[in-house]
Design a protein around this ligand. Structure first.
Ligand code: SAM
Length: 286
């Protein structure tokens, strides 16, 4: 992606608004990048799309050129006033408040979600959205490049961790392109990247209790340099790990998603058995 020159229109739109750090306000000012994001989303007129954090409308405007209507979730009341002044309420449906608390279940299914996300809430927001994955068609987000690299990381990479395991269980992930700091105003300190998330259909996902998967991944990655025989010793004996095809001398970063699913399912089974036969509960719950 070739970043273009900051657009005079962006400066005009920002006039009078002081970016708020607490809301992660780094506004896109690079027409080349804006075009690249909209092209990646490829909105069709009757798509059901929600933009998180429309801000001054850098993406909202070109999205609405292609869509009949768009939902927008914004927390900053000053920006909401501007958005409402600028866009017709039948075309831009503004939801005021915190996207982290928003019930995406109230929007029609086959939902598409997009946004240049406030970096300070990006990880909890991804986990919040994962709860609605069954209603979502796809998501396109601008995030810190380092976070995107952790999301898409494969086993064996230092970036592979809890975020990779939890999101890859739910979604197909694809890093699309990198974006330099100068494409934003104010410029963040770090590079950004656009990522696409497509929910995996239930039939394709191995059955697994997400809360248990989260706990096993958290324990395994709690000390990433240590072997699983140590990090998981409260939950699994070494022979139990071996029986699941997981060598106890491996580290969490060597274990593929399927291995974490096997571990989580073994825990779920052990906990169920412990409820039925409490005398056999030799291991701590995760
Ligand atoms: N989309 C605009 C752009 O690309 O120029 C603005 C992006 S800026 C990085 C993040 C936007 O998210 C801001 O408009 C900010 O006010 C909004 N925001 C921050 N925290 C939010 C939250 N918890 N819920 C909804 N919007 C939020």
């Amino acid at each position: 992606m070739n970043p273009g020159k900051p657009h005079a229109r962006s400066a005009f739109l920002q006039a009078g608004h002081v970016p708020r750090k607490r809301f992660g306000q780094n506004f896109l000012v690079d027409p080349g990048v804006i075009h690249g994001i909209v092209a990646a989303i490829d909105p069709q007129p009757d798509d059901n799309l929600a933009e998180i954090g429309p801000g001054l409308g850098a993406l909202t405007d070109p999205l609405l050129e292609r869509l009949d209507r768009l939902h927008a979730l914004e927390i900053d009341r000053d920006l909401i006033v501007r958005l409402k002044r600028r866009f017709h309420p039948e075309r831009l449906i503004v939801h005021t408040g915190d996207a982290l608390a928003f019930d995406f279940g109230q929007l029609e299914p086959d939902l598409r979600v997009a946004g240049n996300l406030p970096y300070n809430i990006s990880t909890p927001l991804l986990f919040h959205l994962a709860r609605f994955a069954d209603r979502i068609r796809d998501m396109h987000f601008m995030l810190q490049k380092e976070v995107v690299e952790r999301m898409v990381a494969q086993p064996g990479s230092p970036a592979y961790g809890r975020l990779s395991v939890m999101l890859q269980y739910r979604f197909h992930l694809e890093k699309l392109f990198d974006v330099p700091p100068k494409s934003f105003n104010p410029s963040p300190r770090v590079w950004s990247a656009l990522v696409r998330l497509i929910p995996r259909p239930a039939a394709e996902r191995a059955l697994c209790d997400i809360a248990t998967l989260e706990k096993v991944a958290a324990a395994a990655f709690s000390q990433r340099r240590k072997m699983l025989r140590n990090t998981l010793k409260a939950q699994f004996a070494e022979d139990e790990l071996a029986a699941l095809g997981i060598a106890p001398d491996k580290r969490a970063e060597d274990i593929p998603l399927a291995g974490f699913i096997a571990l989580a399912n073994a825990r779920t089974k052990a906990e169920l058995l412990a409820k039925v036969h409490p005398e056999n509960n030799l291991k701590e719950p995760v």
